[in-house]
Design a protein around this ligand. Sequence first.
Ligand code: ACO
Length: 330
Amino acid sequence: MAVITGTGSYAPSRVMTNDEFAAYLDTSDIWIRERTGIRERRIAAPEEATSDLAVSAAGKALDAAGLSASEIDGILLATATPDLLFPSTACLVQARLGADNAFAFDLNAVCSGFVYAMSVAKSMIESKAARRLLVIGSEVMSRTLDWSDRGTCILFGDGAGAVVVEASTTAVRGLETFRLRADGRYWEMIHVPAGGSRRSGTEVAPYIRMKGGETFKMAVRSLQESVMEVLSASGISPGEIDLLVPHQANIRIIDALASRLGLPSDKVVVNIEHYGNTSAASVPVALDEAVRAGRVKEGSRILLTAFGAGVTWGSGLLTWEAETQKRSRA
Ligand code: ACO
């Protein structure tokens, strides 16, 4: 059985408000708030990269779990904005943390990356390939933005979230059911056209391009289907979910999903107002904030769900049993 025993998150100190966009673009604070739910986002300092954010979030997750970095067997880092093309950002994080007994690799499913990584972590723990894993979602989306494109630049922000996942013999449910999906036929819907092996950044600008309206509709439909798939595989109804932790892409997507599931707002974690869309960091940052705000109790049933470029999507149901696992360590 795999369980989360600690969470952490980090956001760069620079806060960028909607008014800063309105000062140079044909947009407004009111448009951005009403159409997306975003008021502000964090922007990494020039010297900050994805690994820096990840190290800060991971350190807090390790503290919360009561473990040292050398007790970790592996680091799974979900990101679409690595420090370098290679080596992986996970290796840079491993060295900085001093996680000298850990393997390390990156996983790219863009905004769904953290949910994908949690599913991999569950499988690795259950197959006994590892006993203690750090799962991180970290992004510096601001480096992928065309700051003159009002349809995308207002949406994204930078941040990192992390969790420690451990093998447990005392937990009852832990990470229960995960379902992952992808449909690469829609790769163009959200993409960065350069910077990889197809085209260099000197031929084409390496900035996000997105068909916002199509993405919106597909996200709402896919998230609902994915959540229902996980609930039906777990044999529970939406009413039995204690907390929904959705990817924070647009408040209207979250509201549509919550209303289709019949979930009241106190069961849905929303922090998009302060961070915008932080891609793979969005779900673990929201989860960490919910844990630290006391919204997660021992035994809480939590549903993670995300949709992103690829297109990819997926959901996972887990039961919070951190204290049960920590007591069994003593
Ligand atoms: N300010 C003012 N007007 C704007 C802005 C802006 N920032 N952005 C777009 N508009 C305009 C458009 O140009 C358009 O004008 P037109 O009618 O004259 O052509 C009008 O607003 C309506 O545009 P829509 O795209 O239809 O606006 P919509 O209400 O759909 O909102 C948005 C756009 C916010 C991008 C929305 O479509 C959205 O959130 N999409 C989903 C994004 C998402 O889920 N991404 C997840 C994955 S991201 C990843 O994986 C990296």
